[in-house]
Design a protein around this ligand. Structure first.
Ligand SMILES: Cc1ncc(COP(=O)(O)O)c(C=O)c1O
Length: 365
């Protein structure tokens, strides 16, 4: 017993499995393994849900970032602004296409890209693109970044791998008009039975380029691409999960609201309550004083069989292959390792959430 960090048993209960297996059996029998009717159905419905004109399924979230950058014309020698706290893949995608990540510092409280750091960076770096990451599921300040993009002429690729279900001021994540990428890795809010990802865009021209790049560059223009097609089985699973995704994201929001109530006044940093309505609640991070305190809290929760993780143990600058990166990283390095994420999946009962909160309070008191 205990409280797990994820709950695949409930997500993939017997009725979901039956429906998924029926779809998979049909794909196996008719041999439509790569790109099929569910790819098109998912792309149409997901674009509508997220308020975008086009959705293009690809192989995974990292490919979604790389292909988006390529479609914007980012290439060898170009500089791309990347926040100093994010999953490795955000910077890896930039390096993989021969461009150079420039670290932009983050806000200590949220881990989101700091607008002040971005402004400072733009005074001495000519950025071809900026990659705001909606980290933990929190919406980054896209309206400010859009204004800077107009003044400084850079492209924006929003990394929404963790943010399906989050809201910008203007609408759902993906409705900003910028290229927005998602990962459908099994632990994400909306998840496949393996790897998958997608890109949203309002631009017909970018959609055409992305469609070609994901399929070896094949279209009427001669260009190189790669193979990043999405398997039909993954599209069928993702399309089936769309039926319940809003309900599950609402359940995550309810869990977050209980945590806020139960943890009020604790001797650790909680996010601003305004995020209850706007985060996708992929993760529920609390900010400890330092790494030692975070690691002790993690140990305490583990001893009580409560799942937890430290996202992120290291800032990008602390990862050996990225330690050479230029840029601002003071707050990212101060924050790394001192955040503990509590369980926040859609199937937690309020008693379980209160139990977790009580253990956090017991540890901190
Ligand atoms: C912020 C962020 N960006 C990119 C990715 C990469 O996605 P994938 O694992 O599907 O390639 C992830 C996945 O964990 C992520 O969390």
């Amino acid at each position: 017993m205990g409280i797990s960090f994820y709950n695949f048993e409930s997500l993939h209960d017997s009725s979901f499995q039956k429906a998924a297996m029926e779809r998979i059996a049909k794909i196996v029998s008719d041999g439509s393994f790569v790109e099929g009717e569910y790819n098109t159905k998912f792309e149409n419905e997901f674009a509508k849900l997220q308020g975008s004109k086009h959705c293009l399924l690809v192989g995974n979230g990292t490919d979604a970032l790389e292909i988006s950058l390529l479609a914007c014309g980012v290439g060898h020698g170009d500089k791309v602004g990347v926040p100093g706290i994010t999953f490795y893949a955000s910077a890896e995608a930039v390096l993989n296409i021969g461009a150079t990540p420039i670290l932009i510092d983050v806000e200590y409280d949220t881990g989101l890209i700091s607008i002040e750091s971005l402004k400072r960076t733009l005074t001495h770096h000519n950025l071809k693109a900026v990659m705001p990451v909606h980290i933990y599921g929190l919406p980054a300040n896209i309206s400010e970044i859009n204004k800077l993009a107009e003044a400084h002429d850079f492209s924006i690729v929003e990394d929404a791998a963790q943010a399906q279900g989050a809201k910008l001021e203007s609408g759902p994540i993906g409705s900003s008009g910028n290229l927005t990428t998602f990962s459908f890795y099994p632990t994400k809010n909306l998840s496949a039975f393996g790897d998958a990802g997608c890109i949203l865009t309002d631009s017909d021209e970018l959609a055409k380029a992305i469609r070609a790049i994901r399929n070896h560059g094949r279209d009427d223009e001669e260009r190189l691409g790669r193979n990043s097609r999405c398997d039909h089985i993954q599209a069928a699973v993702l399309h089936l999960k769309l039926e319940k995704i809003s309900q599950y994201n609402d359940q995550r929001k309810k869990v977050a609201a209980i945590y806020f109530k139960e943890l009020e006044g604790i001797n650790a940093g909680l996010l601003n309550k305004k995020y209850v309505e706007t985060s996708s609640w992929h993760l529920f991070p609390i900010q400890l004083k330092d790494k030692a305190e975070a690691s002790s809290l993690m140990g305490h929760l583990k001893s009580k069989n409560i799942g937890n993780t430290s996202f992120y143990e290291k800032a990008l600058s602390g990862e050996r292959p990225l330690s050479h990166l230029e840029g601002e990283k003071t707050e990212a390095e101060r924050k790394a390792g001192s955040t503990v994420c509590l369980p926040i999946h859609p199937f937690l009962t309020s008693d379980e959430v209160k139990l977790v909160a009580n253990e956090v309070k017991a540890f901190l008191s």
